[in-house]
Design a protein. Structure first.
Length: 550
């Protein structure tokens, strides 16, 4: 999908903030559609003055006043007709920090199929009633989407991919007034459009003009949520589960859950965080039907492949699936606590690190191949003072962008050895070669496929059926021409244990027989992952249908 963005501003008598907002946005050099929603003569005069002095402005007019949603939709439709691919909606009342435009455009360019939704970061100027009143709406959104993917549905700072948005507007009756922002993002989520959340600072200017009517607009929002509850895909079809690749499934509640955990940690400490985590498990279990089915499918395959294993003596049922969810929650909480420096209840078995430390001291860099099994982040989080510096995590941007910003807030050092890539290419290898040459190590997982590699996978037997594995890690090892090791960090009920094994001195991918070589290395990796799943059945955290993600 091409990326040709513009700005859309709904305008209804915003007062002096209008000129400031337009001036701040003009610095980005993007066309601006100012959709006047039946404003008074003073605002109409100001719009004409601004348009005369700024060639980027394109005036649109609605008469009489029809509502914010009508103005935004008018701007989106015109932008689409004019050939733009994306439109960043910005309210004209001066509340949003225009500096966030660059970050939103960068995310949109990297993820052109997604909605980039603003998550307000308020300063002291925000009225308490507006700040805390939003949480009731958030709860309704989470109920109607059966997920925590949308962190804030009310924010008027949002980048839309125009093609799916216009298609939705053509087939569904979208509200024209204040309920627009919430309903359209819920319906886009229902339609399978990914939602990425990004922060935007919000200030209420002293001379700002608000047209929010508490009683009327709140009742309209409540009615909208009730109406959506009875028209949602889940109620119409009786199910919301479909087979989709992992990168089209937002990782439910990861960012929102991390935010809650970080807030409780800051206010009440680590003990309260662990207590909160136990309370969150039932929620994610009850609302995560897709994840429940994927968990049961994985555990059933594991049992069919190996028979009774530790903690899984028979065919898995509800109790075993719940235990799987609980194991994931503990790993998530431990990750946050470790990066926050609260490590008193987290033990890392250092005796088992000897082989790794010997590699680290040798001065020869290498590549560690891991999986979404256990908690490899614990090594980086707990590594200071244990000769574990120089560990670089290579992560796919499509996945990492949703929660890494929060871990940076917990501990700025989190990002110090984090390398985000969109796909594994020769250019990627050149970027990483310097680290290996300095004797540093790279970590990459092999059990998810970056979407930007356009389905470049190789099939290998895994738990009784062929499954797709990413070729990226093996291609990277081939390009770097460095030793490759397998590494897993698993929780045994008392402590985290590190397991290291030599995978290959070099990975060669001969040009004439490259596919067969890929299949060989993927098969070896799949065998090792199977063995780890057998020993630690509840610590493989891929809550999606792995076998159809091809």
């Amino acid at each position: 999908m091409s990326f040709r963005p513009c700005l859309v501003l709904p305008v209804y008598d915003p007062g002096p903030a209008l000129a400031r907002t337009v001036a701040a946005l003009a610095a980005f050099g993007l066309p601006m559609y100012l959709a006047d929603d039946g404003s008074g003569e003073e605002t109409r005069w100001e719009l004409r003055r601004l348009a005369a002095g700024e060639p980027l402005i394109r005036l649109l007019s609605l008469t009489p006043n029809r509502g914010k949603g009508a103005a935004v939709m008018r701007g989106l439709r015109q932008a689409f007709r004019d050939g733009f691919s994306h439109a960043l909606q910005v309210d004209s009342d001066g509340q949003h920090d225009a500096r966030a435009v660059a970050a939103f455009l960068a995310l949109g360019r990297a993820h052109p199929s997604a909605v980039i939704a603003g998550v307000p970061h308020y300063d002291e100027s925000v009225p308490a009633s507006r700040k805390f009143g939003r949480y009731a709406s958030h709860l309704w959104v989470w109920i109607n989407t059966r997920s925590l993917d949308i962190q804030d549905s009310l924010c008027g700072f949002r980048l839309y991919p125009l093609e799916p948005t216009i298609a939705l507007m053509d087939r569904e009756p979208i509200p024209r007034r204040m309920a627009f922002d919430t309903e359209i993002i819920i319906r886009l989520h229902w339609a399978g459009v990914p939602v990425l959340n990004a922060p935007v600072d919000v200030t209420y200017p002293e001379d700002g003009v608000s047209h929010f009517r508490p009683w009327r607009d709140t009742l309209l929002l409540v009615w909208m949520h009730i109406r959506l509850l009875f028209t949602s895909p889940a109620r119409r079809s009786g199910r919301m589960v479909e087979a989709r690749p992992w990168y089209r499934i937002r990782e439910r509640g990861t960012v929102a859950g991390f935010r809650i955990v970080a807030g409780v940690l800051r206010l009440l400490g680590p003990s309260a965080v662990r207590l909160l985590a136990e309370g969150l498990v039932p929620y994610f279990f009850l609302t995560g039907r897709r994840a429940r089915l994927a968990s049961r499918d994985y555990l059933s395959r594991l049992h069919a492949r190996f028979g009774p294993v530790a903690g899984l003596p028979g065919e898995p049922g509800t109790r075993q699936v719940y235990r799987h969810f609980r194991s994931f929650t503990r790993a998530t909480v431990d990750k946050v606590l470790a990066w926050a420096g609260c490590t008193s209840g987290i033990r890392l078995e250092t005796a088992e690190l000897d082989s790794f430390l010997a590699l680290r001291r040798s001065g020869q860099g290498g590549l560690f191949l891991g999986a979404h099994l256990g908690n490899l982040e614990m090594l980086r989080a707990l590594g200071e003072g244990r000769s574990l510096e120089g560990l670089n995590a290579v992560v796919y941007s499509e996945n990492a962008v949703r929660f890494h910003d929060l871990l940076r807030r917990v501990n700025p050092r989190f990002a110090s050895n984090l390398v985000q890539v969109a796909a594994v290419t020769p250019d990627t290898a050149i970027r990483l070669q310097e680290k290996v040459d300095r004797g540093e190590f790279l970590f990459i997982v092999g059990d998810r496929t970056p979407p930007n590699e356009n389905g470049r996978t190789v099939l290998a037997p895994f738990l009784g059926e062929a499954a797709p594995f990413a070729i990226g890690p093996f291609l990277l090892a081939h390009l770097l021409r460095c030793p490759v090791y397998l590494m897993f960090c698993v929780y045994d009920g008392e402590r985290y244990r590190v397991w290291v094994e030599t995978f290959a001195d070099r990975i060669e991918l001969p040009r004439l027989d490259r596919e067969a070589a890929m299949a060989h290395w993927a098969g070896r990796y799949a065998q090792s992952l199977e063995a780890q799943c057998r020993a630690n059945p509840y610590q493989w955290f891929n809550f999606f249908d792995f076998w159809v993600s091809r």
